[in-house]
Design a protein around this ligand. Structure first.
Ligand code: COA
Length: 384
């Protein structure tokens, strides 16, 4: 049995971004058009008038200032308010695989490895663009990896659950190294007409290479000192999109499969934000604290926390509960302001951009949390 280490991470950032101001401007123009269109019904009290969104609210409530997206025009077009991602042919690389391949190549470059060094690919993300073949097998094929691949979905915790699976395979000698890949097109599951959540998400892809510690060559590496996962069922973050939707449409009686449209909001992201905040903060803080105890690490020895990026206040509170004092921005870095919530990829982006300055021997915790509820803690020590 060999210990597992992370030797490289990768990041693909989409070419387009949308600031809060731009997003709110489009949302408010849509609200005005909606209210005008329903003016009579609103006057009669049959329809509730929509309210404007505000960039100041978004930044204050979440810490988000901007987000990267795969398509900007479709989201800001008030006739559409959804990204426009043209369907590709079956012989073209799927968009999710394309983003994953870009992040994976970055991770391999940083690890100084090539496809021939990798035995397995795990694509772990909140939303897969099809049922099968697995996106991971397409990524494996595009990279020219001789081995196997499979997909995993644990919503915002997909990356840490993927790392757990990768580390277990490497430690057990089932693979020399495993690529975990997290392509997230969160803008496609977001209801851009919902004032409470239209600002939350962005698109991105991340990757990490997990290898046997005893085969590591030169360069940076992070030993995985421990991994701990936790789930607890909750409907407070939910997305009902699935392969049965077409069959369910007729059951309600009056409409058939054609009722499934891009504005069927039950098939998009939904959350009770306040309740999520209240439930998840103590769950995550308890997970990290008990994990540190189990591994024998004192909270004061944690140099950095690479937390899931959903809400700034949430991360401040989790950090405070773990450290016993408010973490400094260096101890708990934020990428949420530029990237927004990128689901499973958030903590990996944070690690990718904010780990190189730590010294050999330094300890940090990478932690994800989200729908399920689910949470994952990865204790990392800089090994070289
Ligand atoms: N613009 C302006 N005002 C808005 C608004 C918007 N876009 N959205 C909501 N508001 C208003 C509400 O109407 C409400 O007004 P009221 O007090 O008059 O009723 C007020 O702002 C507070 O709304 P609320 O939804 O309770 O805000 P919040 O402070 O809870 O912040 C979240 C919302 C979503 C940012 C926050 O709850 C959160 O981040 N929760 C955790 C989410 C999370 O981590 N999810 C995981 C997903 S993976």
């Amino acid at each position: 049995m060999s210990a597992a280490v992370i030797t490289g991470t990768g990041l693909f950032t989409p070419p387009h971004s949308i600031s809060n101001e731009e997003l709110v401007d489009a949302f408010n123009r849509w609200v005005d058009a909606y209210n005008e269109q329903h003016a009579d019904a609103i006057t009669r009290g049959e329809v509730t008038a929509k309210e404007h969104s505000s960039a100041a609210f978004i930044e204050k409530a979440s810490g988000i200032k901007s987000r990267f997206v795969m398509d900007r025009e479709g989201i800001l077009d008030i006739e559409r308010m959804a990204p426009r991602l043209p369907k590709r042919g079956n012989d073209e690389l799927a968009i999710l695989a394309e983003m994953g391949v870009a992040a994976a190549k970055d991770a391999l470059d940083r690890a100084g490895r090539s496809a021939s060094d990798v035995d397995a690919v795990i694509v772990a993300a909140s939303n897969m663009q099809r049922a099968y073949p697995a996106v991971a097998i397409e990524v494996q094929n595009a990279l020219g990896i001789d081995g196997f691949g499979f997909d995993m979905n644990v919503a915002c915790s997909s990356a840490t659950f993927g790392l757990q699976t990768a580390a277990a395979m490497v430690e057990a000698g089932r693979a020399r190294s495993v690529l975990t890949v997290n392509p997230e097109i969160c803008s496609a599951h977001l209801d851009f007409r919902d004032r409470d959540s239209h600002f939350i998400f962005g698109d991105v892809a991340t990757a990490a290479l997990v290898e046997r510690a005893d085969t590591v060559r030169e360069g940076r590496s992070w030993s995985i000192e421990g991994l701990k996962l936790s789930t607890r069922f909750s409907n407070n973050i939910r997305n009902n999109y699935g392969f049965l939707n077409r069959c369910e449409a007729g059951i309600d009686g009056n409409e058939g499969p054609a009722a499934i449209t891009d504005v069927d909001t039950d098939l998009l992201f939904k959350q009770e934000g306040r309740r999520v905040f209240k439930d998840v903060v103590p769950m995550v803080a308890a997970l990290i604290r008990s994990h540190l105890d189990e591994v024998g690490v004192r909270a004061e020895d944690v140099k950095r926390m690479w937390l899931h990026q959903a809400n700034l206040a949430m991360n401040r509170l989790i950090g405070t509960k773990v450290l016993g004092r408010e973490p400094t921005p260096e101890e708990s870095p934020t990428i949420l302001d530029r990237y927004a919530n990128t689901s499973s990829a958030g903590s990996v982006i944070c690690f990718h951009l904010h780990a190189d300055d730590l010294a050999v021997g330094d300890l940090g915790v990478l932690c994800s949390f989200g729908a399920g509820y689910s949470a994952g803690s990865v204790i990392l020590r800089r090994a070289s």
